[in-house]
Write a protein that binds this ligand. Structure first.
Ligand code: SF4
Ligand code: SF4
Length: 480
């Protein structure tokens, strides 16, 4: 199976104006001398587009601390990448928001650690940071920029989650993504105090399931791989009880029609047949922020996601310190294809402990970073999952009893939640069908129609992977 990066996080600098208690980066007040230079950054972009068309998320530290951040972004967009900015939001005044809009970021995510200043500022260690972040997000939304709130769930704020959701809805952001704290960076120091228990987390994930059916917002439990298990379990239990599961409001569907028109056309056309402007979607309104939430299983570290550190080291994700390579020494594509860490993460049969025998492992995999932080072994079991697989294991202290779902049942529940293959009117090879299933389900039907129209117009009898890639390239979708 061929793996292609779908999301690449680049920690553009370690410098930051805040000192958040849970920050992975242990930020410095200045950009670091070790940060990749502008040239190296542009080179990284060249290496990425050589073989993939992912969403590139510029993060930090605080990416807006980097003086050349807009030059880098402009170049990435020129090369056809969809770019996202992950920021603390405190530096986004009206002028900055205009710059962000004019460059053409597909989305900006801002971190909130609480629904009110008291909670957020205490965690951020800077009074006023909540107010500044709220201003930042409002400035973005006013200009029609797709905004997302990221919240790291910890003991100090998990009871505020409903209010954080209310805040997200009130502000009119497109997405709310929550992360369970991973004990790395500064997070190590606060982990004992702040990690919510597996049982508590289980309740949160069930709450998420319920909310995902109620609100027209992209509500995602990120880095909570077992959400995929919870979701499948809920669907299967509802079916067993003879209930008809209520449909999900799919990822990425806040996407208000009015927003699309407000987005400014970017100043630079792509250099060759490339994605539609920043993924704003020729394939319809549903594509604003297209693919920014696309996700097909729990942990994507090393299979669809990777992280490039401020000094060019490559990791499966920003929380898993298992180094896969170094772009100052190797080609990015070689690291992605050949590193042992990535190869291991691509093989669920290597998972150990209860994850290794779990009937949900193919859609979940557990958080490899939390496994690493608990045991030093990233293939060991996820320590914050309350589920006990139906196959007996040595694990202790679980609060759930495996329900013995078959793999086929798990797969069908997962497919139901993620979407199904649209009806096909031409012949398709299996690899072409597999590729289509990787397209976010909310645009899959439209994508299939485009591909079939294309094939008909050229008298192509059998749609194979090359045809799919060709059409996706022209339409600006992710390469699949
Ligand atoms: S290992 Fe996977 S689930 Fe855990 S933090 Fe990294 S990407 Fe997220
Ligand atoms: S035991 Fe592991 S694979 Fe199974 S649901 Fe929990 S975290 Fe996921």
């Amino acid at each position: 199976m061929k793996y292609i990066p779908r999301l690449i996080f680049w920690e553009t600098t370690k410098g930051c104006n805040l000192r958040c208690l849970h920050c992975r980066a242990i930020p410095e007040m200045m950009t670091s001398r070790e940060d990749l230079s502008t040239e190296e950054g542009l080179g990284l972009i060249d290496q990425i587009v050589e073989f993939s068309n992912p969403i590139l998320i510029l993060s930090g530290g605080e990416p807006l601390f980097r003086k050349d951040i807009f030059d880098i972004a402009e170049y990435g967009i020129k090369r056809g990448l969809r770019l996202s900015l992950a920021t603390n939001g405190t530096m986004i005044d009206k002028d900055m928001a205009k710059k962000i809009r004019d460059i053409g970021f597909a989305r900006v995510s801002i971190s909130f650690d609480g629904a009110k200043a008291e909670t957020h500022d205490r965690f951020r260690s800077i009074p006023g940071s909540f107010k500044a972040a709220i201003e930042g997000i409002k400035n973005l939304i006013e200009l029609g920029i797709s905004a997302q709130i990221n919240t790291t769930i910890a003991k100090h704020n998990y009871k505020e989650l409903p209010e954080i959701l209310d805040l997200a809805l009130e502000l009119g952001v497109d997405a709310l993504h929550t992360f369970l704290l991973v004990p790395v960076g500064c997070g190590v120091d606060i982990a004992e105090d702040q990690m919510v228990s597996a049982d508590e987390y289980e309740k949160i994930l069930h709450w998420f399931y319920d909310q995902s059916k109620l609100h027209s917002i992209d509500l995602k439990a990120t880095c909570a791989p077992h959400y995929f298990r919870v979701r499948a379990e809920r669907i299967l239990s509802e079916k067993k009880a003879g209930l008809k599961p209520t449909p999900f409001i799919p990822h990425g569907t806040q996407l208000k029609a009015g927003h699309v028109d407000k987005v400014t056309t970017p100043p630079h056309p792509p250099t060759s047949p490339q994605p539609s402007p920043r993924g704003r979607g020729r394939e319809g309104q549903g594509e604003r922020g297209h693919g920014l939430s696309a996700m097909t299983k729990g942990c994507l570290a090393g299979t669809g996601v990777c992280f490039v550190s401020h000094k060019g080291e490559v990791f499966p994700c920003g929380y898993l310190p298992a180094k896969a390579g170094d772009i100052r020494k190797e080609r990015f594509q070689d690291i992605w294809n050949n590193s042992l860490v990535f190869k291991n993460l691509r093989n669920p049969d290597l998972l150990q402990g209860k994850c290794g025998v779990c009937e949900f492992k193919h859609i979940c995999e557990g958080c490899r970073a939390r496994a690493y932080s608990a045991t030093g072994n990233y293939l060991s079991e996820e320590p914050f999952c309350a589920y006990e697989p139906s196959v007996p294991t040595q694990s202790m202290g679980t609060s759930n009893v495996g329900q013995g779902f078959s793999l086929a049942e798990v797969e069908s529940a997962h497919t139901e939640a993620e979407g199904v293959m649209p009806e096909l009117s031409l012949s398709w090879s299996q690899d072409a069908k597999d590729a289509v299933m990787k397209i976010p389900f909310f645009v899959r039907k439209k994508a299939v129609k485009s591909i079939e129209d294309y094939a008909r117009g050229r008298n192509i009898a059998m749609i194979n992977i090359e045809v799919v890639q060709e059409v996706r390239g022209l339409k600006g979708g992710e390469r699949v």
